[in-house]
Design a protein. Structure first.
Lengths: 181, 142
């Protein structure tokens, strides 16, 4: 049953992607991208990754959609006619996609308990985590405590990205204002 | 949209619950799904919602651009300070065991402040991005 639900959701995601690719109206593309994110969040819930699902729903389906709509407000809602034929990019994307799919054939089967990722440090986190940190949610324990350095790095990435956008958009704004004075 | 009574009333009813849910996700992340990243986005989304219904100027009066920028930096600073607190108390950088009376309470304290730092930075970043995009739209309209 769970496999069926996940497969139906994944098929709907493929439809959303095809819809985005064929869409000339950018507003429809943004809405479809939002629906894609929401389907992804639902898939993650079905896979019991609720923390990631929450992030995907809040960031992908929520705030990104608002930011993309804000950007659309600036650039207009219709896609410009492309200057070149899509065959070379399409062939490149299809080639890379094929290689990636070929790469997944070498991976262990889905949710295989003998997979390397489940036999390395994960048993220790699951067995010792609640005792060592007193935190029942293992995801939080790994994210904030065992992998505290990684999360510090991620927070710095968010900060740097935000600061970069602030620097870019703000300078532009000052230039626009100057002639008026 | 500013004159739409239904939207204004519903927004006013929903926003307190959104903010409360953000706090719940932030501080209940130890026990259930959630944590700083998610809580920061939800809190920012509540303010964005307010801005969409009541206008950008009202949202900026509520939570100014400067405050959003300060949150962006304060979160990282708070996270790094937790690491330094570990050093000051005789442990390694980001060592939570030394932060409390016993190792488990130290871990609790460390995770609490680290997640708070993540939440502040993410909320500041999301809000500032929204403000920048929305403000540019205004200038183009003029």
């Amino acid at each position: 049953m769970e496999a069926l639900i996940v497969n139906v959701l994944l098929a709907a995601m493929v439809l959303a992607i095809v819809g985005i690719a064929g869409q000339r109206n950018l507003f429809a593309a943004v809405v479809l991208a939002s629906a894609y994110s929401f389907l992804m969040a639902t898939v993650l819930v079905a896979l019991d990754a609720v923390d990631v699902a929450m992030t995907e729903a809040a960031v992908g389906a929520g705030v990104s959609t608002v930011l993309l709509l804000g950007a659309l407000h600036l650039v207009g809602g219709a896609e410009a006619k492309p200057l070149h034929r899509p065959w070379l990019p399409l062939a490149l994307a299809a080639g890379v996609g094929t290689v990636l799919v070929y790469g997944t054939l070498g991976l262990p089967a889905f949710s295989d308990p003998e997979a390397p990722i489940h036999t390395h440090v994960v048993p220790r986190y699951l067995e010792e985590g609640p005792r060592e940190t007193g935190v029942p949610n293992v995801v939080t324990a790994v994210l904030a405590s065992y992998r505290g350095y990684d999360t510090l790095g991620e927070t710095i990435v968010v900060f740097t990205a935000g600061a970069g956008v602030v620097a870019l958009l703000r300078r532009r704004r000052r230039e626009e204002k100057e002639p008026r004075r | 949209m500013r004159s739409d009574l239904v939207l204004r009333v519903i927004a006013k009813l929903l926003i307190p619950f959104l903010l409360m849910f953000a706090l719940y996700v932030q501080f209940h992340g130890d026990y259930g799904p959630g944590g700083g990243f998610q809580a920061g986005v939800i809190a920012a989304a509540a303010i964005v919602f307010y801005a969409l219904i009541y206008g950008l100027a009202a949202a900026r009066r509520l939570l100014s651009d400067r405050l959003a920028e300060a949150l962006l930096a304060a979160g990282v600073a708070l996270y790094a300070a937790v690491g330094l607190a570990g050093l000051a108390l005789g442990g390694n950088y980001l060592d939570y065991f030394v932060l409390g009376g016993d190792p488990v309470s130290g871990q609790h304290r460390g995770i609490f402040w680290v997640e708070a730092g993540v939440g502040l930075t993410v909320a500041g970043a999301m809000l500032k991005l929204f403000y920048l995009f929305a403000a540019r739209g205004r200038e183009v309209e003029r």
